[in-house]
Ligand binder design. Sequence first.
Ligand code: AMP
Ligand code: ZN
Length: 673
Amino acid sequence: MSEQDKIHALRQELHDHNYRYYILDNPIITDFEFDQKLKELQVLENAHPEVFDPNSPTQRVGGGLTKNFETAAHQFPMYSLDNSYSFEELKLWIDRIKKRLNEDSLELFAPELNFNCELKYDGASISLKYKAGRLIRALTRGDGIHGDDVTQNIKKIKTVPLVLQGDYPEEFEIRGEIVLPKDAFEALNKKRQEAGEPLFMNPRNTASGTLKLQDSSIVASRGLQCIVYAMVSEQAVYTSQYEMLNKAKKMGFYVADTAQLCHSVEDIESFINHWDTQRSTLPFDIDGVVVKVDRIELQERLGFTAKAPRWAMAFKFKAEQVLTTLSSVSYQVGRTGAITPVANLEPVLVAGTTVKRASLHNADQIEKLDLHLGDTVFLEKGGEIIPKVTGVDRTKRRSDSSPIQFPDCCPECHTPLVRKVGEAQHYCPNEESCPPQITGRIQHFCSRKAMDIEGIGEETVVLLVQEGLIKDVADLYVLSADQLTGIPRLGDVSIQNLLEGIEKSKSQPFQKVLFGLGIRYVGETVAKKLVKAFGAIERMQEATIEELEAIDDVGQRIAESVYNYLSTEENKRLIHRLRSAGLHLESTNSKEEQSSGILEGKKVVVSGVFERFSRNEIKDLIEQHGGENSSSISAKTDYIIAGAQMGPSKKAKAEQLGVPLLSENEFVEMLGI
Ligand code: AMP
Ligand code: ZN
């Protein structure tokens, strides 16, 4: 056997031993023997750099530096989960699901509605991409659309297979949670204490912090684990969540063996109760349970909201509660002028972190809690949730304490506050010159989801406003290097980045500009809808409230807000200046302009895999041409875009209902693209 062949054989052998040890928990060699073989492989690899393999078992040990974590787009977005905190809420969700599924009564073979219950691992989520059985990329969740590439560090986690076993789809993404087991966390803190280093707060923060360490040899030493819970692929090789977990295990992934298939609400309740009381026996932290509709076919029919799957629900365990003292209340002014009261508390440790502040939301909340200065309050914090004051221990109240008075005037600019009928929030109406509003608006405009101006962080905005260089977002576009030179904390490189970032932002599409203006209630989705409906800002300015309200997802509240914004003289001037600066204030989406509208009002189902486009691209095309995507075939379906490997049952159903099938080519021809 040549040395190269020996390398290949050893790699395969070590992958298998890894799998036996970490996944099957059934090793057939000792740790010592394993280490010997690994060393042997390392020596051979050093002598033969020509057969380097980024997925070799030797890549799990040793170092490697990542200077900057590149961001990359997720192939499929990483959604969040809806939460419920009581069985009542959970039952309501199940009722909603049943209703939704029954609505489509034309479904011919409605499979049984089962739920797969899993633990909600409390760590950092990760998306792993495999191609031809090899790990090629690992991304953090990031904002759900883009994540950071942490592949180098992920390879150090023993429960992430570098090369897969058995059968697997050619290309897929698998999602899981990176957790730091409790004992590893404690051991780590013990070492840090001995070394006089500051201690880590909790396993979750440590896990996500570790993923972003530059030195991957430290990652290797920390003992992170990866527990997988979801797979996304265009070629589904399973029909249920439960089956998927079993398949993932066979491929070499670590799945917790706690998942349980439940057939009734009672089953689900007892699963939840069991783990609520038993969670301390688990090797890692959990913050609840996730209940998922088991059948993939039903999941597809239920689909997603903008934020989360409709077919899954997290049940969060009751948060830990502690008592502390309310020292004072401060009032923060947001970019829209909304005033948020914040409780300043005696620092207290709750769920692993020290809490000093908690939002009190609005005046009603303060009144409801009947808060007095110096009160002893109940504080709750669980998982990701911001700490919350949930009550007052009245027995501890001093008789001379005074109730918290919500201020009449803005704490920043002293303008009398206003409160609209039916709204909980107080606002400072001084939009023009209230400092935090000015700063907040510009920060929002520059933020990633809006104009994404690199080179201007939140601090820089504060600085520029303080220096009197900008007062509104249009001022950004007349900044010059001369004006910026000499400002403390702004070096030449920063100035150049800043100006380049501003210049580059001029090519952002209209919808980003519109969202960036920060019109109250106009989020990303509404901005998109407005752009689609009106095309150009002039047409939007001419629109009546009724015309605005006629748009999907735009209710009276939003319509009025948009109308008022656009008809204010000040804003008209701002828009005019932005136009002069060269920003896009009309739709430049060439795809949209090219839209034939040929699918207007048509319901289309996409099935199988395609050659020229990904499934999501096909779905986008359908929407761009006026059609509506639906996930299940019914008598209302107008077309099915059928790719390779379309399921036989779907095909049969299409035939039975007489729904026309279009191939990828026919579809492309129909759209004339
Ligand atoms: P949240 O961050 O509260 O919206 O919850 C969503 C997150 O829960 C996901 O991004 C996952 O990282 C995490 N999670 C933990 N366990 C599971 C599980 N069994 N199934 C799905 N998501 C899970
Ligand atoms: Zn103010």
